[in-house]
Design a protein around this ligand. Structure first.
Ligand SMILES: *[C@@H]1O[C@H](CO)[C@@H](O)[C@H](O)[C@H]1NC(C)=O
Ligand SMILES: *[C@@H]1O[C@H](CO)[C@@H](O)[C@H](O)[C@H]1NC(C)=O
Ligand SMILES: *[C@@H]1O[C@H](CO)[C@@H](O)[C@H](O)[C@H]1NC(C)=O
Length: 971
């Protein structure tokens, strides 16, 4: 988590720490533990230079005007593609660095749908490692080894020699998908620029991680650079995913439309700005090479799956991780955790996993627990109890490693010593340790390129697991964050431990006093009397003495030997941090890695590599089990090891609404295990927001409620209405768990998405290009949540025309597609509209308190027929936890012509019987129903509802409904 104050006013201001939030009532003030009375770092320690971002500088040099571009020579066909030499076509322009005179162009065709275009300096064309390229074991290449015949490709590559320009077209339609025509390639040691033409009013998606609606603007800037910041809108956040897809709609002769999507991925993780303009997109990075991959689609689902396959298919999750998770910053001892777990059970609200934020740690040091508040005996007893109850525990884990005070023997921290012995930390250019500051005080940072790091990391996680039996790991602060500019601790570790340069929520000066958003709208009477109370608490708070400040030896950011301007690159990206300085609130660009690379070149990969290392460690901690990791920072392919949460959002209605496009973006980026801090992290939530949010998140793959320190409590049982809403939505979620798990299996094996935009399921419907207030969970479920305060209805579009069928989840009432129109839906508090798309079959399991108990319950089959009377569904079954499965079973359910056919492949067996079959859209009363050879007599059919229900099937399916193939017919 990160401590900042968020204000939503004309845009979103992200003020730095320590300013008090406004509001009052119901907040608790954390009492500082003894170590917190230690001196605080000065607040200016995290201040960098005030730089003018290139994008905000009207006088910035325009590389397109000043640079000569390149000429292609020496063009030749090479196996699977072509190559050429690009030569600078005039005098050096050196606008933001030094021009590279000679480049190699390498065009490589992949399997039909994929084309890779790389442009790299000639001196490294021999494939030596260099900062221009990203190591392949950091980020996979998209087209590898095998040579494909360009004539088989769906894509066509064309280029012009002088000036060098290139384009990529879709062969089947002749549509040009990407074209640098009319623009120059600029390739300097610290600056790349290229531009593609785009059709007017283009529909473009992706390019994260940024908080925004799903469709990106046509007059809009995006910046990517991993950073620790609390979810401001339209700014760079924790992860970097330089991938977009574009969706076009061609008019066919009969007047209908056909959608075509294609994707573009830039395998470059240097800091970058992307300029979306009326008819073009300009990409600018501060290093690296052009390494573009084009995906031909033609549907968004095809593009996304192809991209996800090239960066790394998502990890298969353990079944239990799909249960509900509760977390907060401020569970200050083991009894707090116990109390929450018990309260959930008392209120009958399923709780699968309890999480810890940094409260459990001993002075915020990794792999430790507070000896008093999280005493190991009590802690282990608690963990044994929840494990016995089928529940789980996941602690937070911070990226930085505390440096013990060398002058204080009682400050020993053996995990640090072990890392030092393994030579596992980042260095300064002069070879000394790079020492920043994070929660525990002055800290060092693991270096993922150092040969000894993995063994030390794994060993530490194994040791810790012997004390605290965690079930997964939550990686935070891994952008990688540091609360000071440069190696601020180099000469100061004798002052450790020091307090961060800002106050924590609940500490003097930073009480979480804000009223829930719109409180005056929902309770005007209380709002008036509250105003006075806020003021009183604020002035009382202001009177508190500030804590003493640490005196520091000044430490300069030292420049390395690299000829490049590493700390202050000539092109200033529009980085969100103060002054756009890359060194603010992060490990500085000049931090040096053991393989010689500089943080400047690999910064946005830190969290990705930490995730990979942690995945390897967890494989040793719990051999054979799928590691469960949620990481804040991510890069292309992180999904292969971990899920992601939406970071430090706020308890605001806007953030709940934006969680949908946020999740859909991570579907695009191959990280399906995504969810946000439900009910909101920063600030105080309220009953209505929390009730709506608990229902919405129940349909997200990762379902967790999390809260900031010192805000009012927001567990689902705190308000009767939230408890009711949560139970209702969780019952649906747990019923759907087999379906969600099957979606994960498809994601893991084919790159299919779990949460989906409507336009992905209906790629020919142009009316859906901006729809992100409703979404689909797999192909069968559509969710249309209420996202506005005070509303008791919502409106939603029902894709498709009159032949499309949508069934209400609760009433099973059918409706047709709405032909692009929004339809009003009643949705009083406690009700989230959910629909089943006709044509789908859902295998459902009766919900229970935990996922393990749910897995032992009987099944129901829900057949939602389409207008032709057909439907299809599938089900993947395995043991729910093993990385490598000995036995699995794949069930296919097909309904057609008043006949349901269930077939199976595989050896996994389970013994739960079938309870009922419900068939929606049965227009004629059947005369005879047979299950296999046996005639059924317990059934009902309603003329008006057109629903056929068969119950009491347990006897007929004893020994397991999925243990054999069977047929059902209703004629
Ligand atoms: C985007 O960048 C342009 C410069 O190319 C600038 O004029 C504009 O103000 C920027 N837009 C925003 C919203 O910052
Ligand atoms: C509620 O408070 C907000 C922020 O102070 C203000 O903008 C808004 O006008 C108020 N609404 C009402 C109905 O008083
Ligand atoms: C406003 O607050 C008062 C006092 O807590 C409560 O009795 C009343 O029901 C509230 N009104 C609304 C509309 O929530």
């Amino acid at each position: 988590m990160r401590v900042v104050v968020i204000t939503i006013a004309s845009g979103l201001l992200c003020a730095r720490a320590a300013a008090a939030q406004t509001g009052t009532s119901g907040t608790t003030t954390a009492s500082p533990t003894s170590w917190r009375s230690i001196p605080t770092l000065p607040s200016d320690i995290d201040q960098g230079k005030k730089l003018l971002a290139n994008l905000e500088n009207p006088n910035a040099k325009d590389a397109q005007k000043l640079c000569p571009g390149y000429t292609a020579t020496n063009v030749r066909n090479s196996p699977g593609g072509l190559s050429a030499r690009l030569v600078l076509a005039g005098a050096n322009c050196n606008v933001y660095g030094t021009d590279i005179d000679q480049l190699d162009l390498r065009v490589l065709f992949g399997p039909k749908s994929r084309l890779n275009v790389r442009i790299l300096p000639v001196e490294i064309a021999g494939e030596q490692e260099s900062w221009y390229d990203i190591k392949e074991d950091y980020l996979t290449r998209t087209v590898n080894g095998v040579h494909f015949n360009p004539t088989d490709s769906e894509l066509d590559f064309q280029f012009n020699r002088s000036p060098f320009e290139f384009s990529v077209a879709r062969k089947s339609t002749g549509d040009v998908l990407f074209s640098t025509k009319g623009s120059k390639l600029v390739f300097e040691n610290q600056f790349l620029e290229f531009r593609t033409e785009l059709p007017e009013k283009y529909n473009l998606y992706g390019l994260g991680e940024v908080m925004h609606n799903i469709r990106l603007g046509n007059k809009y800037n995006r910046t990517l650079y991993a950073t620790d910041v609390s979810d401001p809108l339209d700014e760079n956040l924790y992860g970097s995913h330089p991938f977009y897809y574009e969706h076009r709609y061609a008019k066919l002769e009969d007047g209908s439309k056909k959608g075509y999507a294609h994707g573009v991925y830039l395998r470059n993780l240097h800091g970058q700005d992307i300029l979306l303009r009326k008819k073009s997109l300009t990409w600018r990075t501060i290093g690296g090479m052009v390494d573009l991959t084009f995906y031909s689609g033609p549907t968004p689902a095809d593009v996304i799956a192809d991209h996800v396959k090239t960066v790394g298919l998502p990890a298969m999750q353990q079944y239990w991780t799909l249960g509900f998770h509760q977390c907060r910053w401020g569970y200050s001892n083991v009894s707090d955790l116990e109390g929450v777990v018990e309260a959930y059970r008392d209120f009958g609200i399923p709780l699968e996993t309890i999480w810890s934020d940094i409260d459990y740690m001993d002075q915020y040091r990794d792999w430790t627990n507070d000896p008093v508040t999280y005493d190991l005996n009590a802690f282990s007893a608690f963990l044994n109890k929840i494990h016995a109850d089928g529940q789980h525990y996941v602690p937070i884990f911070d990226a930085a490693i505390y440096v013990p005070n060398p002058n204080n023997a009682s400050d020993a921290y053996p995990y640090y010593d072990a890392g030092l012995a393994a030579d596992a930390y980042l260095k300064n250019p002069d070879g000394s340790l790079y020492v920043g500051a994070v929660w525990p005080g002055f800290t060092v940072f693991p270096d993922w390129s150092a040969p000894g790091t993995q063994a030390w990391w794994t060993d530490s996680f194994q040791k810790w697991h012997k004390e605290v039996e965690y079930d997964g790991i939550w990686l935070d602060m891994n952008e990688v964050s540091s609360f000071c500019v440069g190696s601020c601790g180099s000469s100061n570790i004798a002052q450790n431990p020091v307090h961060p340069p800002f106050s924590l929520p609940g500490e003097p000066g930073n009480l979480v006093l804000d009223y829930p958003e719109g409180f005056n709208n929902t309770n005007a009477t209380e709002a008036v009397s509250a105003a006075a109370a806020i003021e009183a608490r604020q002035s009382a708070n202001a009177a508190v003495e500030p804590s003493p400040t640490v005196a520091l030896f000044v430490s300069q950011v030292t420049q390395g030997v690299d000829a490049r301007a590493i700390n202050y690159p000539p092109y200033v990206i529009n980085h969100v941090q103060d002054g756009h300085d890359l060194a603010v609130h992060a490990v500085s660009p000049n931090a040096t890695h053991s393989d010689g690379s500089l943080e400047y070149d690999v910064h946005s990969l830190w969290g990705h590599l930490e995730t990979k290392a942690t995945y390897e460690s967890l494989l040793k901690v719990s051999p054979g089990k799928r590691p469960f990791i949620i990481s804040r920072s991510s890069a292309p392919g992180t999904g292969a090891w971990a899920g992601h949460w939406g970071g430090d959002n706020a308890s605001k209605w806007l953030y709940m609404a934006l969680s949908i496009p946020q999740a859909l973006s991570f579907s695009m980026f191959g990280i399906p295990m995504f969810g946000v801090d439900t009910c909101g992290f920063h600030g105080n939530t309220d009953m209505e927001l929390c009730a709506r949010w608990m229902q919405l998140s129940a349909f997200f793959p990762f379902y967790r409620n999390h809260n900031v320190l010192a805000a009012i409590s927001q567990e689902a049982y705190r308000w009767a209405a939230v408890a009711d809403s949560s139970r209702t939505a969780m019952a649906i979620r747990y019923t759907l768990l087999p379906y969600m798990y099957t979606l994960f299996h498809h994601a893991h094996t084919t790159g299919a998405t779990v949460m989906r935009a409507l336009s992905w399921e209906f790629p020919n419907d142009e009316s859906l290009v901006e729809i992100d207030r409703q979404f689909m969970l797999g192909p069968a479920i559509m969710v249309a949540p209420v996202l506005d305060q005070g509303a008791n209805y919502t409106n939603a579009t029902f894709p498709g025309g009159e032949n499309e069928k949508w069934y209400d989840w609760y009433t099973h009432e059918a409706r047709s597609g709405s032909e692009g129109k929004l339809v009003d839906l009643k949705a009083p508090l406690g009700h989230i509209p959910v629909f089943i798309r006709g044509g789908n079959i859902l295998a459902l399991q009766h919900p229970a308190y935990t996922t393990a108990e749910s897995r032992k319950n009987p099944w129901d089959i829900l057949v939602a027929l389409d207008s032709e009377g057909d439907a299809y569904g599938d089900l993947y079954l395995d043991d729910g936890e093993s990385l490598i499965q000995e036995k699995t079973t794949f069930i296919t359910l097909e309904a057609t012509n008043s006949h349901l056919n269930v077939s199976r492949k595989g050896q996994w067996t389970s013994s739960e019987p079938l309870s009922s079959v419900i068939i929606l859209g049965v227009s004629k009363k059947p005369r005879r129903i047979t299950l296999g050879q046996a005639q059924l007599d317990k059934w009902s059919w309603g003329e008006k509802a057109q629903i056929l229900k068969m119950t009491g099937l347990e006897g007929a399916t004893e020994g397991g409904v999925w243990s054999k193939e069977w047929e059902l017919s209703w004629k």
